[in-house]
Design a protein around this ligand. Structure first.
Ligand code: ADP
Length: 329
């Protein structure tokens, strides 16, 4: 965390990295919380690229009307490789200052926060981070914006798959997103009644799963659903299906949910989280605080310095996988 003394007159807000449902609700909160305090807001289009290309847009009160329910991000997002180089970050700061932007709210994941940290360390440019990613893999907040929506989207898919799995007495493997973390898989698996959940953080052997499926079959169970995280190693859903077939003869159908988990209207939980964190980010800037991420710990708003948010691992609750396995007798 750091303190700065310059007066906040114009905040720049941007979304960066992977998009997540609820980012628009966070943008809306930033804009409205700032404008009610007579602070101007510019949107930066396309994340860090927008700073380099001077792609700025004035955000007035009405510019964020009717966006709270929309997935994706009205400010666009993207990945900007130039930003890894200090000379481009210097250019970005020059462009921001030319535009009259004196502080930033960055809505994104830990990659985006690494860029934000560099802007503070190298140029003392004040930034607050708002965690927006479906993966929920950021330390310093119970949940990230977009996670709850992604879990519910995955869950709807599981419920539908369960209908067909039960009708055909089939074994299904459903692969969910989450990069190298198993947060989405754990929640979707437990809420969806999966027989087993494969996550990178808690590897289980195919032999154990095969044993379990065989035992279930002898007990009269005719269909099963396994949930696997995309980062599960070794092998993703198709490899897993192949290994199960080789070891047991069971044919598993594979369903990869993919990018549909990124889209859709945000849930109430994500809209509320985004509204709280977006408004809190503006308040923190007005108090002269920066170089930190704002998060939620239950009902409380909490802050975590960027370097701690970026460098501390957030652990999945392994009890979820054990419980899913226990309850799917
Ligand atoms: P996320 O924010 O969702 O983790 P990325 O890891 O793709 O997404 O990061 C988004 C953007 O943040 C990158 O395209 C780049 O512009 C910037 N960024 C990521 N890592 C760094 C870094 N080490 N230094 C400076 N900027 C970075």
């Amino acid at each position: 965390m750091a303190q700065f003394k310059t007066e906040v007159k114009k905040i720049g807000v941007f979304t960066s990295g992977g998009d997540a449902p609820g980012m628009n609700a966070a943008i809306r909160a930033v804009v409205r919380a700032a404008l009610t305090q007579n602070i101007k807001v510019d949107g930066i289009i396309g994340g860090y690229s927008g700073m380099l290309e001077e792609n700025f847009t004035v955000l007035g009160l009405r510019s964020v009307a009717n966006v709270i329910q929309r997935g994706g991000t009205i400010l666009k997002t993207g990945r900007c490789m130039e930003f890894l180089k200090p000379e481009y970050r210097a250019k970005a700061v020059e462009n921001l200052r030319k535009q009259g932007i004196d502080s930033l709210v960055c809505i994104g994941g830990d990659g985006s926060f690494t860029g934000a940290l560099a802007l503070w360390n190298e140029h003392q440019f004040p930034i607050i981070g708002v965690p927006g990613t479906i993966d929920n893999d950021i330390f310093g907040t119970d949940n990230t914006i977009g996670f709850d929506t992604a879990v519910n989207t995955g869950l709807q898919a599981i419920d539908r798959i369960r209908d067909t799995a039960a009708s055909h007495d089939r074994l299904f493997i459903v692969e969910v997103m989450g990069r190298n973390s198993g947060f989405i898989a754990c929640s979707v698996g437990l809420a969806g009644g999966a027989e087993e959940i494969f996550i990178p953080e808690n590897p289980i052997t195919v032999d154990k799963v095969v044993e379990k499926i065989k035992a279930a079959v002898t007990k009269g169970k005719k269909s099963s659903i396994l949930v696997t995280a995309e980062g599960q190693k070794p092998g993703r859903a198709y490899d897993l299906a192949e290994q199960i077939r080789k070891k047991s003869g069971f044919e598993a159908k594979v369903c990869i949910l993919g990018h549909q988990q990124r889209g859709g209207s945000p849930t109430a939980i994500d809209r509320i989280l985004a509204s709280r964190l977006g408004a809190a980010a503006v308040q923190l800037l007005l108090q002269g605080q920066c170089n930190l991420m704002v998060g939620a710990d239950g009902e409380r708003i909490v802050t975590t310095p960027f370097d701690q948010a970026i460098n501390t691992e957030k652990h999945v609750n392994k009890d979820f996988t054990n419980l899913a396995s226990l309850l799917s007798l």
